[in-house]
Design a protein. Sequence first.
Length: 360
Amino acid sequence: MNILPQQIKQLVNYGPNDYRLVSSPLPVPKANELLVKISACGVCASDVHCFGGAQMFWGSGSAPSWVKPPVVPGHEFYGEVAGYGAGALEHFGVALGDRVIAEQIVPCDKCRFCKSGDYWMCEKHDIYGFQAKDADGGMSEYMLLKATSRVHKIPTTLTMNECAVIEPFACSVHAVNRADIQFEDVVVLAGAGTLGLGMVQAIRLKTPKKLIVLDTIPERLALAKKFGADLVMNPLEEDVVARVKALTDGYGCDVYIEATGNPRSVPQGLNMIRKMGRFVEFSVFSEEATVDWSIIGDRKELDIRGAHLGPNCYQTVIDFFERKLFSAEGVVTDTYSLDDWQAAFHKAHGAESVKVLLIP
């Protein structure tokens, strides 16, 4: 018999720099909703930026706040099905006790993007961990998966660390797919955090001519090399633009993927990439990136592509883990209980960690 608690611990975002660990009633699933007991929830860079009050989350003078507090943060979660509303097991094709993960987006299934199949660009755009009630997240002992969620079963063969990075690695795969990498391409990836390390492994499977990874943290560069980078470079130690151009007969790289979250990486990439190259932007920035747009148009005629979330990539990542084509070894560096969420956020904000998990 599945005995559920009446009260649960939840981390709740009441506003910038105002997160509190509280006791709340166990959420009750409605029709086609699942109740999930959380096994782990990652602390994303966007969680740290949101906590710190970044404008892209909280708005500014002319832009309203996208975050709707009070809300339980956390979009990098997975867990076990512990309860369900009417019809939910059939709706999602799962059973009690199954390990599951939901994609970050809670699509409305009504807007033009949802109806055309581009659900990850949903106009309403609720993301787990940012909108109260509609999308409470996974920094909790239990959470609800809404009826419009994209839910995926996780095989029992995957480890906790592998399960915990399915979400960021799905984002990695989508960004790499957006780059349209060809066999003869020289690819530069800026950023070897969790997402970047997923991108390294995905790019390796595309077999480009050369993969160069940039980061300022030696330990992350070592992991990137282990996962398949041909060359690694530290922008603090050398002129990476000059070196990449020297390696490409002065032309520059064919593809530049920006995954650092540092605005300085954007002009670095625009100067490094060849004419008519492909620039993929994935990062969430806490401040604006300023560039000379004439580089994009008049000087180089670049193809600028964005990458958002991990649509249609969760099953790919799960399959890659099952086939040992992806690895999580060394990616999860720290785990904390919900009680220690402040230490977890502090750790995630620093340079000495890669992926930090909260384990309810």
